[in-house]
Write a new protein. Structure first.
Length: 405
């Protein structure tokens, strides 16, 4: 059941016509005006579905019997009309039942951007089609510089979504309206399905983008804990510090809850690197200038790298003796301090109050990331992080997972 026809060389697309225009076409056809279907060159007629959808049909001819669009179902027809209307509202030039050069491909709807550029072919696949066959047809589009987007009544199995093959499920609601479903589309207001015309409009407006990772911006949670440690040179106590991170939670723009638990144990070099990171030292400096004024808080020893602000160890506030990672590891200074002062999930553990502590500031936020290829559909402009060079299976940034895992 095609949507496109030629009446005296005038192109008609059924869902674009007004009721008055549709009536004039029907009158012209009854008067004997030739109506040709470009999809196969057969003679056509005009009809309405029981839901009132307008379409053209093949009259009983040999060409019509061979045409791919002759036996379309009402659901297929409704989906095709919804896509065509959405593309037209977005300002695209629309052709239905479009054929590629030499018949290499046929598209239910072919949409060309208003400012030029690569056309976009929409395919509604009502019958079963294997994933390999779909990829082959997508390659035929790509060879002619056409992008392809697929809607399947029964989508082929995919382990993860493919940015080179946008593929989504399609269903019909109780009112025969087509709706999009997909486990790979993540949105804060997940449907369970979206009206097809709304989804296509979002695709054309680039509101839906492929991302290999789910990301969210989290606020720091925790405190800087100061603990006493004797100087190996002068024997006096200095206050060193470590960062006691707490479990942090954040939600991505597409609605996925992420969390990060702090590591239970790390080597002294990692503890020292976090304690002397520029952001941590800024917190310590603010504390020493305020509530911690007069406390014997250690300083930092400048490292020898290109970054002159980097520090390689603590320095005794009394004699400037260094406290490096090797020395701190020898006595398990960080481990003993954590066991003594840090809170734990175990209710039987009672942590001592440290000599001093200051909370981590809520800004700047930092990224949480979880490997999860998906089509990102946020309510605003908060898409997950920039698309990576390769997917899937990457793991970058702090370790995070779906909340509840």
């Amino acid at each position: 059941m095609p949507l496109r026809a030629l009446l005296a060389d005038r192109e008609l697309i059924a869902p674009f016509l007004t009721e008055e225009d549709w009536g004039m076409v029907a009158d012209a056809r009854r008067a004997g005006a030739p109506l040709t279907l470009p999809c196969c060159g057969a003679a056509g007629g005009v009809r309405r579905s029981r839901r009132g959808r307008r379409f053209f049909y093949h009259r009983a001819t040999r060409e019509g019997a061979r045409c791919a669009w002759a036996a379309e179902t009402p659901g297929h027809l409704g989906a095709k009309a919804a896509i065509a209307l959405a593309c037209r509202r977005a300002g695209y030039a629309v052709a239905t039942e479009a054929r590629g050069p030499g018949g290499r491909w046929v598209a239910d709807v072919l949409a060309t951007p208003p400012a030029g550029g690569r056309p976009l072919a929409f395919e509604v696949q009502w019958s079963d089609q294997a994933l390999d066959a779909t990829r082959a047809r997508q390659a035929a589009y790509a060879a002619d510089g056409v992008r392809g987007c697929w809607f399947f009544r029964r989508p082929p199995a995919q382990e993860y979504p493919d940015p080179a093959l946008p593929l989504f499920g399609l269903t019909v609601d109780a009112d025969d309206r087509p709706r999009v479903t997909s486990p790979f589309v993540l949105a804060p207001t997940a449907g369970p399905a979206w009206p097809l015309e709304v989804f296509v409009a979002a695709l054309l407006a680039r509101r839906i983008r492929f991302r290999a990772d789910v990301t969210a911006r989290a606020r720091p949670a925790g405190q800087v804990v100061f603990f006493p440690h004797p100087c190996r040179r002068c024997g006096r106590a200095a206050l060193l510090w470590y960062v006691e991170g707490w479990t942090v939670y954040a939600r991505s723009g597409c609605g996925v809850a992420l969390k990060r638990r702090p590591p239970r144990r790390r080597p002294a070099a990692a503890e020292l690197a976090e304690a002397l990171a520029p952001a941590t030292r800024a917190v310590v400096a603010a504390f020493v200038a305020g509530a911690g004024r007069g406390l014997p808080v250690a300083g930092g020893i400048a490292g020898g790298g290109a970054e002159r602000r980097a520090a390689s160890g603590f320095a005794c506030p009394h004699c400037d003796a260094p406290f490096g990672a090797a020395w701190l590891a020898r006595g398990d200074a960080f481990g003993r301090a954590r066991r003594r002062y840090s809170r734990r999930d175990d209710p039987a553990h009672r942590a001592e109050a440290p000599p001093a502590a200051c909370p981590l500031p809520p800004e700047p936020r930092f990224p949480l990331r979880a490997a999860r290829p998906h089509w990102c559909y946020p309510a605003g402009d908060d898409w997950c992080g920039a698309p990576p060079a390769a997917m899937p299976g990457r793991s970058t940034g702090p370790r995070a997972g779906a909340a509840g895992d």
